[in-house]
Design a protein around this ligand. Structure first.
Ligand SMILES: O=C(O)c1ccccc1NCC(=O)[C@H](O)[C@H](O)COP(=O)(O)O
Length: 214
């Protein structure tokens, strides 16, 4: 069975890069969303990205970003992927792929069967899908809320592009989540924090260990 790839999202400190690298994660995520406790400036993200060792893919997470912001991020920060976590349409996904020449991962929030067709639509235009929990109505953040969705909704479902499971994953539940969904990639943020926006190296290590044990 191939290794399951881990993405740790919302890194904001030098120590986070070390912890994520030590844990053997495949992806490191930087959040560009001012309302988030994990928000980083372009300057901070550039410094962190420059510290990131080869083999750890650097992902910029944006929410309904316009070209000016994406131009600034992609000019300044060495990146391997863009993650679109807002209401970007399939057409906008295609536009961003073409303009920046980077792989694009589109996040899709899932709460019920009704949310599943969007995964098929975005699976036709994005390079990867992030299958995440839908944020509760009125939530401040479109992701990173530490909420899981009903994993039975996607059990046995497949899309034409690689996908990651996200939403409320923790060192304690990730094995069950993978077993129920068949995910080969997992993404976590609040489940490896000691406080909102503060990554915890021991939890990152425990998460990676739990994934290796699957
Ligand atoms: O993490 C944030 O603060 C955030 C802000 C705005 C949009 C998306 C955000 N996070 C998205 C992620 O990639 C998370 O890793 C994913 O939603 C899972 O989060 P969690 O349930 O906290 O593990």
């Amino acid at each position: 069975m191939p290794d399951i790839r881990v993405k740790i999202c919302g890194l904001s400190a030098e120590a986070d890069i070390q912890a994520v690298s030590d844990a053997g994660a495949a992806y490191a995520g930087f959040v560009f969303f001012p309302k988030s406790p994990r928000n980083v400036t372009v300057t901070q993200a550039r410094a962190l990205a420059l510290l990131t060792p080869p083999g750890l893919a650097k992902v910029a997470l944006v929410v309904n970003a316009d070209d000016a912001l994406l131009d600034e991020i992609t000019d300044q920060v060495p990146l391997d992927m863009l993650q679109l976590h807002g209401r970007e349409t399939p057409e906008r996904v295609q536009e961003i792929r073409a303009r920046y020449g980077l792989p694009v991962m589109k996040a899709v929030g899932v709460a019920s069967e009704e949310d599943l067709p969007a995964l098929d639509s975005y699976g036709r235009v994005a390079d990867q899908l992030l299958v995440d929990a839908k944020p509760p109505k009125g939530a401040d953040l479109p992701g990173g809320n530490g909420l899981a969705f009903d994993w039975r909704l996607i059990a046995g479902r497949r899309w034409p592009v690689p996908w990651m499971l996200a939403g409320g994953l923790t060192p304690e539940n990730v094995a069950l989540a993978v077993q129920m969904t068949g995910a080969r990639q997992v993404d976590v943020s609040s489940g490896v924090e000691s406080a909102p926006g503060v990554k915890d190296a021991a939890k990152i290590s425990a998460f990676a260990e739990a994934v290796r044990g699957i």
